[in-house]
Design a protein around this ligand. Structure first.
Ligand code: HEM
Length: 373
């Protein structure tokens, strides 16, 4: 597609067109230009704020789904908690969680599923602790978060039920935290909401739902996809095991080579505009393929090679522009610690024999393996 039809059009019966942009430079342009906006209510009328259901409002008020100035205000509120310096303080705790999981894996007999036993629980425990989600409730969050992500493909028929349960649970959690505030992010955001101006009630729900989903569905793919790429390239695996000073470039290469998020979330053309020879109409949907951009031969030398020593690696796995991933420093740190500790604990780690090869899940937006044994 990138070579033959890099700005790919899909026409719909209603006269609208959806565009998929696949070249590195074009992807960055879409993510950066203010003429591609997030607020679709400008084009699709009939859903005034009052009419919006609680479920819809959770998604419409996420910082990922709004434009400035609301986006700027919401992002500013949480940015300090996710800066690289703040995140660096979590290093000892992340290492401890990884050690605990590895210990359990060592005690297990038979093949280990790297996803279920390691790549999945690690980031969940970290984000839950950061937010202040009680550990006994983590399984519920897992289910709700999975449902929401699957909804993009209409796979989940329990969507309404699960999102309603999620909202009810958060209502209960917020009440509880109001009475007993802690040092966690949820307590701090509740305080911001109560003080008014910075955050309204709908935005509070949206913020927590977004952080929980982002913390559940992405870093697992970073850890597992990078390990899978290493298994597929034994020379690179050996190189890393011999010299862990490559761990940072290896994680960046994992992000580029098997990008955990395939596409950016939706953007809409605010007005009619020309885009490299194509005409986008007002209200057209534009999606940027991050994973394609990250394999663009015009940008990356030997783009199809997996090279853990790659130095010049300006991939767009975390997006670009104002919606650039808030959790990037956290995900990078988790990936680094998780992979290094895993390879030290299991120096002879390899794919299980006599099992079917790992398969990427058929989920739009995300690229992740179902099982990695
Ligand atoms: C945004 C990828 C981990 C929180 C994004 C975007 C991408 C992305 C591509 C931009 C989407 C767009 O522009 O449409 C990833 C990847 C991760 C990861 C590949 C792991 C390897 C995390 C984690 C958190 C997080 C751990 C939070 C704890 C967010 C938030 C946004 C975001 C809040 C919205 C930022 C905004 O709208 O300004 N992420 N993410 N992400 N991510 Fe991540």
């Amino acid at each position: 597609l990138r070579q033959q039809d890099p700005i790919f059009a899909m026409s719909h019966e209603n006269g609208q067109t959806s565009w998929i942009v696949t070249k590195y430079d074009h992807v960055k342009e879409v993510l950066k230009k203010s003429s591609f906006i997030k607020d679709q209510s400008k084009f699709f009328s009939g859903s005034s704020d009052e009419e919006q259901s609680k479920i819809l409002s959770v998604f419409r008020n996420m910082m990922l789904d709004v434009d400035p100035p609301d986006h700027t205000r919401l992002r500013k509120l949480v940015q300090p908690y996710f800066n690289p310096k703040t995140i660096k303080n979590l290093e000892p705790r992340i290492a401890e969680i990884a050690d605990e999981l590895l210990l359990k894996m060592k005690e297990k007999k038979g093949p280990i599923d790297l996803i279920n036993d390691y790549a999945f629980p690690l980031p969940i425990i970290v984000i839950s602790e950061l937010l202040g989600v009680p550990s006994e409730d983590r399984d519920k969050f897992r289910k709700w978060s999975n449902t929401i992500v699957a909804a993009v493909d209409n796979l989940a028929n329990t969507f309404e039920e699960d999102v309603t349960a999620f909202i009810e649970y958060l209502t209960y959690l917020f009440e509880e935290r109001k009475d007993n505030p802690g040092d966690d992010l949820i307590s701090k955001l509740i305080q911001a909401e109560e003080e008014g101006e910075q955050l309204n009630k709908d935005e509070l729900y949206s913020m927590i739902v977004l952080l929980i989903i982002a913390g559940h569905e992405t870093t697992v793919n970073l850890i597992a996809n990078t390990m899978f790429a290493l298994f597929e390239h034994p020379d690179q695996l050996e190189k890393l095991k011999e010299d862990f000073s490559f761990i940072e470039t290896a994680v960046e290469e994992g992000l580029r080579y098997y990008s955990p998020v395939d596409f950016s979330t939706a953007r809409w053309a605010e007005e009619d505009l020309e885009f490299h020879g194509k005409t986008f109409r007002r209200g057209d949907l534009v999606l940027a393929s991050l994973s394609s951009a990250n394999r663009d031969e015009e940008k990356f030398n030997k783009a199809g090679d997996f090279d853990i020593t790659r130095e010049n690696n300006p991939h767009v796995a975390f997006g670009f522009g104002i919606h650039f991933c808030l959790g990037a420093p956290l995900a990078r740190l988790e990936g680094k610690i998780a992979i290094e500790k895993l390879l030290i604990a299991f120096p002879d780690i390899h794919l299980a024999e006599n099992t079917s090869p790992p398969q990427f899940r058929q989920v739009f937006l995300l690229r992740g393996l179902g099982v990695l044994e």
